[in-house]
Every structure is written in structure tokens, then in C-alpha cells.
Design a protein. Structure first.
Lengths: 116, 109
């Protein structure tokens, strides 16, 4: 079946611009996660959704970052007034939530964001 | 805050030798410990995981051990092959998942 998909695969923008990154989770996965991965580092947690609500957004670095998941499926990560330091690969993952436990997270291919 | 430390950052072994990667975590509420393999330019792929009610798990050449008291867990790869060369990440999860910084494994033929 289809895995997690993310669009665009690459995004180049100028400092100060607004960007939106999209994630399509595996069908039926109620939990969705956003991570940011800088070169040579592990994925850094940003936010996770259980259904439509953000269960934990403690990883969002500041108020320029915002994410939504209005229908409990597709999610959009929004970055306002982009800065060069926002350049990274943004990874999305999804998982089932069964019996009160998160199951295995499956990652998408990521969106490589470059802020010039 | 929650933290996961991973060592070594780089590991070079001869083909056929074993490789061991170690992690420690800080959040005592962590109950799930996955290991991911990431090849250059690719997404992280789960290779093995262990839950907090289990001390050891094995899958062919890969094994993971967990010491909850010491908050340590380790990945063991036996009979390494060149295709095992990649970056490996450990992670610890209570509600959110915290990743280690990664270990770059080189397997020399």
C-alpha cells in the first residue's frame, strides 16, 4: 500500500517568505508527527497530532512555525518569515494508535527546504 | 528536557565483524525504543524496536538490549556486511519520540 508522502520534495525560498509543507499519512493512521533534520543530526521532534488536535507541540521552535491537520488526515506545516536557519529536511511520520499505545512510526521521504 | 545520547558518532568495522551502538535516555517514562537506519538522502527506516517490558529482542543479525534501571539500550549487528553501512539512530519514546544524534557505520569489505 501507499506509504507516507510529502510534497514538495524540495523547496527553495527567500528569507522572509512564507512556506507550506504537506504530509499525506498512511491511510488509517491517526497519529501524525513532524520532525526537522539538519545535516548530520537526528530528527528533531516538532509536533504530533492525534486525530485533528495537536497532542504535543512543544518542539515547535517559535511562533513562526504552525501546523494543522483539519480533517485528521493530511497535515500542513507552515513557516512564516523564513530564516536561513530554517533550512533543513522536514520529515513527517505517521502511526496507528492502538490500545492506548502509539505503534511504529513510518517516515515520509521528507521535504528539503532551503532558505536563501 | 528529554534527551537521548548516542555513541559512538562514527564506527568503522571490517566486514564480518560485529558492531555495537549504545544509547542512554533521560526520561524515565520512556517505554518504547526504536532503531532506525538512514541511507544518504533517504528516509529513516525502522530496523528493530523494543518495548520497556522486554530486556532483549533479536531479528536475524540484529539484536537490541534494554537496561531500564540504567536507562541504557544498545544495538548489536553481527556478521556485518557492506550494505549495513549507513547512519543509525536510536530513539526513546514516552509520548513524543526523541532521537539520538546518530552513528555513522562504515563496513569495510
Amino acid at each position: 500500500g501507499a506509504g507516507v508522502s510529502q510534497t514538495p520534495s524540495n523547496k527553495v525560498t527567500e528569507k522572509g517568505k512564507y512556506v507550506e509543507l504537506r504530509c499525506d499519512p498512511i491511510s488509517g493512521h491517526t497519529a501524525l508527527y513532524w520532525y526537522r533534520q539538519s545535516l548530520g543530526q537526528g530528527p528533531e521532534f516538532l509536533i504530533y497530532f492525534q486525530g485533528t488536535g495537536a497532542a504535543d507541540d512543544s518542539g515547535l521552535p517559535n511562533d513562526r512555525f504552525f501546523a494543522v491537520r483539519p480533517e485528521g488526515s493530511v497535515s500542513t506545516l507552515k513557516i512564516q518569515r523564513t530564516e536561513r536557519g530554517d533550512s533543513a529536511v522536514y520529515l513527517c511520520a505517521s502511526s496507528l494508535w492502538a490500545g492506548g499505545y502509539q505503534e511504529t512510526q513510518y517516515f515520509g521521504p521528507g521535504t528539503r527546504l532551503l532558505v536563501l | 528536557g528529554e534527551n537521548v545520547e548516542q555513541h559512538p558518532s562514527t564506527l568503522s568495522v571490517q566486514e564480518g565483524d560485529s558492531a555495537v551502538i549504545k544509547c542512554t535516555y533521560s526520561d524515565s517514562a520512556s517505554n518504547y525504543f526504536p532503531w532506525y537506519k538512514q541511507e544518504l538522502g533517504k528516509r529513516p527506516q525502522l530496523i528493530i524496536d523494543i518495548r520497556s517490558n522486554v530486556g532483549e529482542k533479536k531479528d536475524q543479525r540484529i539484536a537490541v538490549t534494554l537496561n531500564k534501571t540504567a536507562k541504557h539500550f544498545s544495538l548489536h549487528i553481527t556478521e556485518t556486511q557492506p550494505e549495513d553501512s549507513a547512519v543509525y539512530f536510536c530513539a526513546a519514546r514516552s509520548f513524543k519520540t526523541i532521537f539520538g544524534a546518530g552513528t555513522r557505520l562504515f563496513v569495510k569489505a
